[in-house]
Design a protein around this ligand. Structure first.
Ligand code: VG1
Ligand code: CO
Length: 543
């Protein structure tokens, strides 16, 4: 066809997808050919785009629509049959996952750097999800990287920009582009899963909620679901307009970055329930009146109470959590006599377990929870399941947590992040620690005795694949645990994550401040890894 151009390409170093897709500084992504090379490498990794259907959209950050135009033209040039795009280029990650499944697409390209800030001087990202709606597994991302290293040309259609503002169908160099409402299908799915009548009654009865969309993609989704369909008062959703730089904020729903919400929830006239989501809508922060619920606990509560929602009324098959996530959900799985799994960090490791029907609910300590309704974590899903549980149990978040901890005990938990460290320093610290792991058993740190230590490796029980070096684990005699891991989503230097956990039985002190309850474990982490070498006064973020 006349309009198809083949452009000579030179490989870029560093197109290696991390925990969740390829993330780089926006300016790096904007270099001529950078995005194009990676997209062509994705198509190559899936044996071409010919005749295929894709879903395409992003979290609305700077460069979102430009990237979408490029990808559409490349998909057309590579022979794709059809691309379903969110209006205005918007699609939350879970909504994209749902669309892939609902319309039996061959995959989807999602533009987001998730919780990383947006803007020309911030971060951009691109990930590919497969036909099951889930993030590309490691074998596939390895192929993308391999292609990116030997790429010599890419194909792009030489056509005018596509109209993303109007819903409807267009022809782009022989490919069908279908612009759809980004919210409609997702909202329908949520209505299928949950008891909207019960939640609506709760709001009618005066239940108050605040949802912080953090100027990111969940704004339109949350407004439709919470305010329009569930009748929560207008204004329940704050920061609800997606903006290219997320209002200059950091769309990471944790107590540090969702400060406005946290302040309100800890205040005198706090609403009954607070929540927030991240850049691309797959994470959730849950906070009750005066009580922050750690994501690990939230996962456990959702697993224990899921049967109260219509979609899970027959019970759940099993629960999976990422390794650094606390043991709280394991305790629930044990009590329910269902399977529990421990996977490496990142949603891509849950896909096989979900596809095989081994688990129904999955979660990560980083504020990601989800179920088999899609193949991504899903922020609003978690919020709606919480609302459904609150509506049925007619108790406060604090009452539910108290009951949960009395039943199962409490895993005090916190994650300490040291961000933007010099890469060499961080690597050195991890390598030094890895080399000492074997000798740690029996040693005392801050009064805690090491029981065992290892580098976490995962054997996928479904496809038999193995993943090594997924974090250093140190177990103590009294059941405490510390995990050290380097982040795979950063774009600047290295981020060290230190995950801290200690168990308190249901008869013990259940409402202590986690930082205080973990003081000894935190000290042990410092002593073991000699964290003073980082030259920091303390962590940048504590969740
Ligand atoms: C982080 C989280 C991880 C999550 C990943 C993607 O990865 O720790 O649990 O799956 O982000 O989430 P890392 O490698 O930086 O620890 V999202 O919402 O940023 O796509
Ligand atoms: Co995200």
């Amino acid at each position: 066809m006349m309009t198809i151009k083949t452009v000579q390409a030179t490989p870029f170093a560093g197109q290696k997808p991390g925990t969740s897709g390829l993330r780089k500084k926006t300016r790096e992504f904007m270099q001529p050919g950078f995005l194009e090379n990676f997209v062509q490498s994705i198509f190559a990794a899936i044996d071409g785009a010919e005749g295929k259907t894709f879903v395409l959209g992003g979290d609305g950050r700077f460069f979102n629509t430009d990237a979408i135009q490029t990808i559409l033209k490349m998909a057309a040039a590579n022979g794709a049959k059809r691309v379903i795009v969110g209006q205005g280029g918007l699609l939350s990650t879970p909504a994209a996952s749902h669309l892939i499944r609902k319309y039996a697409a061959d995959g989807g390209l999602i533009l987001s750097a998730s919780h990383n800030p947006g803007g020309i001087d911030a971060d951009f990202g691109l990930k590919f999800n497969g036909a099951n709606g889930g993030p590309a597994p490691e074998a596939l991302t390895a192929k993308m990287l391999a292609h990116s290293q030997e790429i010599s040309e890419y194909k792009i259609a030489d056509v005018a920009d596509i109209d993303l503002a109007t819903c409807g169908t267009q022809d782009v160099a022989g490919m069908v582009v279908e612009v759809i409402d980004p919210v409609a299908d997702y909202a329908m799915l949520m209505e299928d899963l949950f008891d909207f009548d019960a939640i609506r009654d709760m709001f009618e009865g005066g239940f108050r909620m605040r949802f912080d969309a953090m100027h990111a993609v969940t704004g339109p989704y949350a407004k439709t679901l919470l305010e329009t369909r569930l009748g929560a008062p207008v204004g329940t959703v704050i920061n609800g307009e997606p903006s290219p730089d997320f209002g200059k904020g950091h769309p990471d729903p944790n107590p540090v970055w969702a400060k406005t919400l946290m302040t309100e929830m800890m205040g005198d006239d706090a609403p009954d329930f607070g929540a927030a989501s991240d850049g691309d809508g797959d994470r959730n922060l849950i906070v009750g009146k005066g009580l922050y619920v750690s994501p690990s606990d939230s996962l456990a509560v959702l697993a224990a109470n899921a049967h109260l929602a219509p979609a899970y009324s027959n019970g759940i098959a099993g629960v999976a959590r990422s390794m650094p996530t606390s043991s709280a959900s394991d305790r629930v799985a044990e009590a329910l006599r269902i399977a529990s799994y421990e996977t490496p960090t990142g949603w891509k490791f849950f896909g096989n377990l979900l596809d095989a029907g081994r688990v129904t609910i999955c979660g990560e300590e980083s504020a990601g929870t989800g179920s088999d309704h899609v193949r991504e974590k899903d922020g609003l899903w978690a919020v709606l399941l919480w609302l459904n549980i609150l509506a049925v149990r007619k108790q406060s978040v604090t009452e539910i947590m108290a009951d949960h901890w009395q039943t199962y005990g409490r895993d005090y938990y916190s994650r300490h992040d040291y961000e933007a460290l010099p890469s060499e320093l961080a690597t050195d610290l991890m390598e030094g620690l890895a080399a000492r792991l074997a000798d740690l058993s029996g040693q005392d740190f801050a009064g805690l005795t090491v029981e065992s230590a290892d580098s976490f490796a995962y054997h996928d029980p479904v496809d038999g694949s193995d993943s090594q070096n997924q974090g250093l684990r140190i177990f103590f005699k009294d059941g405490a645990r510390i995990v050290f891991r380097l982040s795979g989503t950063g774009t600047e230097g290295a981020t060290l994550r230190v995950y801290l956990q200690r168990f308190e039985a249901g008869t013990g002190a259940l409402f202590d401040d986690p930082q205080e309850a973990l003081a000894q474990v935190i000290q042990a982490a410092h002593d073991i890894a000699r964290l003073e070498r980082l030259g920091r006064e303390g962590p940048d973020v504590r969740t």
